[in-house]
Design a protein around this ligand. Structure first.
Ligand code: IPM
Ligand code: MG
Length: 378
């Protein structure tokens, strides 16, 4: 199979982790006989410095011609600490999502058993958790009208949803639930917000087309509580943009660390794959970032964009085996981890690549993979 992949390293640790993701793609191509052609494009702070634009047209043009995108992160403390700056790295990310029609953000929260102790939540509460978030990505308060009143002391961001935006992501969530435990939990704040009341009504309507799937509605505040209290009670979680942003950071603790969580943003044609963690400037350049979220994002790309299930499974199995052998990055190490088992970013990438080489000699290993990727719809 021949595919064109655009890599957008972005800011902070984005460069470090996508380098490891690409290493894994290269190994998969070698083992399974594929040809992956790469192109690189700029976004975020670096792009602003170079061109004044957080998403230059040239980057967008490259992406539109690609089969899939591997993205790192955007963000820079300079902007976080100065709210007066008008041009910001995150605008590049939002524009990219909008322009490419990436309206569904899939965030699988699955705990590798080996990391049970890495979370601050009790192991018995966590064990067996397996949640798939469908976060709406191109609507809501992120894209509604925003501004300041003349006096400068009043600011607003419009929370807005249109029926078709809710319908299309609801269908995706229900379809995914059919391949899993057949339960959708829709999150809103319908006791207060009008946009949530439309959300709830539309999800209810779409739900009638999926009578085999159980639908429940939960307010965002309750969902935040239940996620920690009993994560196993969730299967597919359907949320708007803002609520999904918040809940998935919370849910990352169910998977041990933000450094483990991959995501896929899909819509009509192209797919974009990225860790859910940010640019993490506090650790940038230290070589200690966990590349596994980027590597697991590669697994999602192989599965969802290219339909390469065995290849995706191979990557997930390699991660699982590496963790089983006790290898960790600093963020997923616990008190019992020996110092010489803690790897830097590059060495963790290399371990995964070595695991992949080993697996190719032993194809039965593929069958034992605990699948994150196979639960997705294309
Ligand atoms: C995410 C991030 C982004 C978001 C930021 C960087 C704009 O937090 O992808 O979750 O809010 O969507
Ligand atoms: Mg976020």
């Amino acid at each position: 199979m021949k595919k064109r992949i655009v890599i957008l390293p972005g800011d902070g640790i984005g460069k470090e982790v996508t380098t490891e993701g690409k290493k894994v793609l290269d190994k998969i191509a070698e083992i399974f006989g594929h040809e992956f052609e790469y192109d690189e494009a700029t976004i975020g702070h670096d792009a602003i410095e170079a061109t004044g634009n957080p998403l230059p047209d040239e980057s967008l043009t490259k992406m539109k011609k690609a089969d899939a995108i591997l993205f790192g992160a955007v963000g820079h403390p300079k902007y976080d600490n100065d709210p007066s700056l008008k041009v910001r790295p995150e605008q590049g990310l939002l524009k990219m999502r909008k322009e490419l029609g990436l309206y569904a953000n899939l965030r699988p929260i699955k705990l590798f058993d080996e990391l049970l102790e890495a979370s601050s939540i009790k192991p018995e509460i966590l064990k067996g958790s397996d949640i798939l978030f469908f976060r709406e990505l191109t609507g809501d308060v992120y894209f509604g009208e925003k501004g300041r009143k003349d006096d400068g002391n009043t600011a607003y961001d419009l929370m807005i949803y249109q029926r078709y935006e809710i319908e299309r992501i609801a269908h995706k969530a229900f379809q995914a639930a059919r391949t899993r435990k057949k339960k959708v939990t829709s999150v809103d704040k319908a006791n207060v917000l009008e946009s949530s009341r439309l959300w709830r009504a539309v999800v209810q309507e779409i739900g009638t087309q999926y009578p085999d799937v159980t639908l429940e509605h939960t307010f965002i505040d309750t969902a935040a509580m239940k996620l920690i209290q009993n994560p196993k009670s969730f299967d597919v979680v359907l949320t708007g943009n803002l609520f999904g942003d918040i809940l998935t950071d919370e849910a990352s603790q169910i998977a041990g660390s933000m450094g483990m969580l991959a995501s896929a943003s899909v819509g009509y044609t192209i797919g974009l794959y990225e860790p859910i963690h940010g640019s993490a400037h506090d650790i940038t350049g230290k070589g200690i970032a966990n590349p596994l979220a980027s590597i697991l994002s590669v697994a999602l790309m192989l599965d969802i964009s290219f339909g390469l299930k065995a290849e995706a499974e191979a990557v997930i199995t390699a991660v699982e085996h590496t963790l089983k052998q006790g290898w960790r990055t600093a963020d997923i190490a616990d008190a019992k981890t020996a110092k010489d088992k803690i790897l830097n970013t590059q060495h963790m990438g290399t371990k995964i690549v070595e695991q992949l080489s080993g697996q190719s000699l032993n194809p039965t290993a593929l069958n034992t993979a605990s699948s994150i990727a196979s639960n997705f719809i294309s």
